[in-house]
Design a protein around this ligand. Structure first.
Ligand code: AMP
Length: 404
């Protein structure tokens, strides 16, 4: 039984075909620059294995349907294909950004669900229309396969009102649905389930802080297996410092910048989302480049790194109080899984939580969940690799079996 996972962006489609009996990826890829002069399709057969094979095509894709048609050709190719025909795709799981308060759980896509995704376009202006485009592509190309929407906001639906409301006039919440929704929920949920298995603890008794540190960064406070707070808000801009996003700032800066720089709302949005964070401080947003520069004595790279670490530490402190007692602090995503130097810096001098990193195990590379703390520490520290595509595929099957 194969599930196709689609993450559709405004000019791109990320996809992965997963065999649910083995939970292994048959192929994955990315169609980029859709609707532009020259597009690009990168297709990987048996990705992340010794047998990985890569095919790169450069050609124009007029729209999402054209891009996906080419993907179908590759997937079903007589020589290099991984399935014989489209009929072998059992279902399509879609990553959807924002389902608001109406969609509390993943759902099989129907006209009602599409209407809600459409309703939330004002709050997710880049992602929700693109996600809808992906759904429409699947409906056209795979009419036999049901589509399921798996929402980034879903895991955070258990946040209490005191955590998700902004202290703004309450009427703004009632009329414009202004509140904190949280994002990266698929990853936080996957990590929570994996951590419960790894620690051999019932999910409903698990108390952890999850740190998803990639290009985008967010953390979740998980109490009894449920999210009680998270760092992102009404958009994925709130919270931690990120690659190019500023995270928490004083909101009074917005009118101040409008007045002093003459910037429009859209210009400020662009600065805060695309020109800030690590990039805003040192001009680089890939942590590997920042380390290389730090090691050569680049002071701004060092400052950007220190700021990034400091803000994670601040949220660990506040989420530890929110959760009350901790079974683990968990690192995941590109930086969280690969950057032992950053993990050590985040966990340094945290006697208040009884954390002590073991430098040797922390430095080891592995694709498996693992402890990186010294034995006997009060709060264990773990690295748990995330797999959002597998989580979407598993949820898709669960929804269709009525078990989500
Ligand atoms: P993600 O969004 O989860 O794919 O994470 C992407 C980010 O992970 C990149 O922009 C890098 O900053 C970071 N990253 C990937 N590999 C490493 C590594 N070996 N060391 C430090 N950072 C890394």
């Amino acid at each position: 039984m194969n599930v196709l996972v689609i993450n559709s962006g405004s000019s791109s489609i990320k996809y992965q075909l997963i065999d649910m009996t083995t939970e292994k990826s048959l192929c994955s890829g990315l169609v980029e620059r859709i609707g532009e002069g020259m597009g690009k399709l990168t297709h990987k057969i048996k990705p992340d294995t010794d047998a990985e094979e890569k095919i790169v095509l450069e050609q124009a894709f007029a729209n999402h349907v054209e891009g996906m048609k080419k993907v179908v050709d590759l997937i079903t190719d007589a020589e290099k294909g991984v399935i014989a025909d489209k009929g072998e795709i059992y279902a399509v799981g879609h990553r959807v950004l924002l389902g608001g308060e109406e969609i509390k759980q993943s759902v099989q896509i129907d006209e009602w669900a599409k209407g809600i995704i459409r309703d939330y376009i004002p709050l997710g202006p880049l992602h929700n229309p693109a996600n809808l485009a992906g759904i429409e592509v699947a409906e056209e190309l795979f009419p036999h396969a049901p589509s399921v929407g798996v929402f980034d906001t879903e895991f955070h639906q258990t946040m209490p009102k005191k955590a998700y409301l902004y202290p703004l006039p309450y009427d703004l919440y009632k009329t414009l649905r202004i509140r904190r929704y949280g994002f990266h929920g698929t990853s936080h949920r996957y990590i929570t389930k994996k951590t419960a298995q790894f620690l051999d603890k019932p999910l409903d008794q698990l108390n952890i802080i999850t740190c998803h540190l990639g290009n985008g960064c967010s953390m979740a406070a998980v109490k009894n297996g449920q999210c009680v707070d998270t760092t992102m808000g009404i958009t994925p801009l709130e919270g931690l410092m990120m690659g190019t996003r500023c995270g928490d700032i004083d909101p009074a800066l917005v009118p101040f910048l409008m007045e002093k720089k003459g910037w429009s709302g859209a210009e400020i949005d662009n600065v805060m989302n695309k020109q800030s964070g690590l990039k805003g401080i040192c001009g680089m947003n890939d942590m590997r480049d920042i380390h290389a520069a730090r090691e050569k004595g680049d002071e701004m790279a060092e400052l950007a790194f220190q700021m990034f670490v400091y803000r994670i530490r601040k949220y660990i402190g506040s989420f530890a109080v929110v959760v009350g007692k901790l079974d683990a602090i968990v690192f995941t995503a590109g930086i969280g899984e690969n950057d032992d130097f950053l993990r050590a810096a985040v966990c340094k001098d945290m006697d208040i939580l009884g954390i002590d990193i073991d430098e040797t195990v922390n430095a080891k590379r592995s694709g498996q969940a693992r402890h990186i703390g010294k034995p006997g520490q009060r709060v264990p520290v773990l690295v748990v690799p995330t797999n959002e595509e597998l989580e979407i595929a598993q949820t898709t099957v669960a929804v269709l079996n009525g078990k989500n």
